[in-house]
Design a protein around this ligand. Structure first.
Ligand SMILES: Nc1ncnc2c1ncn2[C@@H]1O[C@H](COP(=O)(O)OP(=O)(O)OP(=O)(O)O)[C@@H](O)[C@H]1O
Ligand SMILES: [Mg+2]
Ligand SMILES: [Mg+2]
Length: 521
């Protein structure tokens, strides 16, 4: 027999003054919009939430990352993976939540082919963390705060794919049992743009914490969006929930469609409220459609999972995680701005830098921005656009990109070579270091100042010297003109050296060296 409990999970609208002020939106004059988002983020752990099976990548062959527990074999028992808990705790602390000292797990029952056991383990009654806050500060939108209602741990489902030709579905259990964090916002968002900005900021926090890839295209971040509209001065309307949105663009389109649909319904049916529904989003028509109404909402027969005890989260554990918390995106941003003040006017470069490799700490230590960062970030965006590849799918790690910036910044390679190596790395994704690639492609810059290690005849310094000397020998009339004080010919000689060096020489250094050799001879 199942224990039934009635839970009230509505949001607290009694504190009307708590609600953020509305601003009239010319797209829907007279209407006020409320949005709250439930985000499901896959936890980036090596193993699943309750089994020792490895977690999978969407490219893995089906049913290769499955343990008997994930397939719900009778007699198998869940064992909580503490790494997943630690990553969720990091997220909770980053989102300023209060962490529960004790939390527990419940079974949510429904019957669907992607759920082998017939129930999902989630945290219905006592979630891991609650009452947080996320401040959204993006360039294109005024800053605002969103309260985080709670973060709960739960299992992901398997994946079912329908094949219309044979009218069959195939089930892949690789994803079954992967840890998810459900991050529930309070209804604090007021427009599709704010919803988009919230999800993008949340993504950057998850990535910086290393707790989730937050990749909507690959399905490691999915959103359910709750939307209601009301006439100015009236209480909030009834929400409809649009399930499983897998891109920020679709999410914003779904909200816009819902606002139009709900406001049209209210106009056509005075005195009535919008029927509470769960809806889907059609990616072809950009419209939402009804999945089920409140009346046919499933009864999930929630019950505490008898196989999992209470999870006690000690103060020491939480404090330890807080102490070692990775830098938050805005902290990294502030650090970079302090280190590279020139980037203050180049916010776009900074965004690119922060988001290469899923927003991990940028791994370089150059002393001066010297222009390399804007040049290479601009080049990266340009090359990805030319290749029709998305930024989030770019194969560079932050260490690789940081090292490339360093190499250009400290003159090991020229800016031209930097761009060339960038293109090479995009075409040949690997974990190789840019320095190694530069050496292999013979792109190490020709330096004009001898270093103690460059005494041999093959050193870049002597090579640059040799190139200048051979240009001088090849262009006797230009050299003669230069000797008589005609500086205009200098550019021709420099151009000659630059061509011979295949982009490895620095024009300013060549100019100085040629002049020195010619006038010093
Ligand atoms: N009037 C409203 N308009 C828009 N959003 C709302 C409104 N009231 C509540 N919400 C939002 O709806 C979401 C409710 O999510 P929650 O997980 O608490 O419950 P649920 O959707 O009923 O459960 P489930 O997890 O099974 O989908 C929250 O993000 C909340 O901010
Ligand atoms: Mg929910
Ligand atoms: Mg919901």
């Amino acid at each position: 027999m199942f224990v039934r409990r009635v839970v009230v999970r509505s949001c607290n609208f009694r504190h009307f003054h708590d609600l953020r002020a509305y601003k009239e939106d010319p797209r829907w004059p007279g209407w006020q919009v409320i949005v709250g988002i439930e985000t499901h983020a896959q936890i980036k752990s090596r193993r699943k939430l309750f089994s020792d099976s490895l977690t999978s990548h969407p490219d893995d062959p089906p049913n290769t990352k499955v343990s008997p527990f994930d397939a719900a074999f009778p007699g198998t028992l869940p064992k909580l993976n503490s790494k997943c808990v630690d990553l969720a705790l990091r997220t909770a602390i980053a989102l300023k939540c209060s962490v529960a000292s004790r939390c527990s797990f419940d079974r949510k029952h429904y019957f669907y082919s992607d759920l082998p056991s017939g129930y999902q383990i989630t945290q219905q009654y006592a979630p891991l963390a609650s009452n947080g806050e996320l401040e959204i500060k993006l360039q294109d939108i005024p800053s605002f705060k969103v309260r985080i209602k709670q973060i709960q741990l739960e299992q992901d489902t398997a994946k079912s794919t329908f094949h219309p030709r044979t009218s069959t579905s195939k089930i892949d259990l690789n994803r079954a049992g992967t840890g998810l964090m459900e991050i529930v916002s309070e209804p604090d968002l007021r427009s599709p743009e704010e919803a988009g900005a919230y999800v993008r900021t949340l993504q950057s926090v998850l990535r910086a914490m290393g707790s989730s890839d937050g990749n909507m295209e690959l399905g490691s971040l999915r959103c359910d969006v709750n939307v209601s509209v009301n006439k100015k001065g009236n209480p909030p309307g009834t929400r409809c929930e649009i399930k499983n949105l897998n891109s920020v663009r679709f999410m914003m389109a779904a909200i816009i469609h819902e606002i139009r649909r709900q406001s049209e319904f209210l106009l056509a049916n005075p005195g009535q409220s919008v029927p509470q529904e769960t809806r889907g989003f059609d990616e072809n028509t950009f419209e939402t459609f009804r999945l089920r109404s409140k009346e046919d909402a499933p009864d999930y027969r929630y019950m505490p999972d008898p196989n999992l005890g209470v999870l006690v989260l000690s103060k020491a554990r939480v404090e330890g995680i807080q102490r070692d918390l990775p830098a938050l995106p805005w902290e990294t941003r502030a650090r970079l701005l302090e280190k590279y003040p020139k980037l203050t006017s180049k916010e776009k470069s900074l965004d690119v830098l922060l988001n290469v490799d899923n927003g991990r700490e940028v791994g370089y230590d150059g002393e001066d921005s010297g222009g390399a960062i804007p040049v290479l970030t601009h080049e990266l965006l340009g090359q990805l656009a030319a290749r029709k590849e998305s930024f989030s799918a770019n194969p560079l790690t932050s260490e690789q990109f940081g090292e490339l910036i360093d190499l250009v910044q400290n003159g090991t390679i020229t800016g031209t070579s930097g761009k060339y190596i960038l293109r090479h790395m995009l075409s040949n994704p690997s974990s190789r270091r840019p320095r190694e690639i530069a050496t292999e492609l013979q792109l190490v810059a020709l330096s004009s100042t001898p270093s103690p290690t460059s005494a041999s005849s093959s050193s870049p310094t002597s090579e640059l010297h040799a190139l200048c000397k051979s240009a001088i020998a090849d262009l006797p009339s230009e050299v003669a003109a230069l000797r008589t004080g005609n500086k205009n010919v200098l550019n021709k000689i420099v151009g000659h050296v630059m061509r011979k060096s295949r982009g490895r020489a620095d024009a300013v250094a060549v100019k100085a060296l040629v002049e020195k050799i010619v006038t010093g001879e």
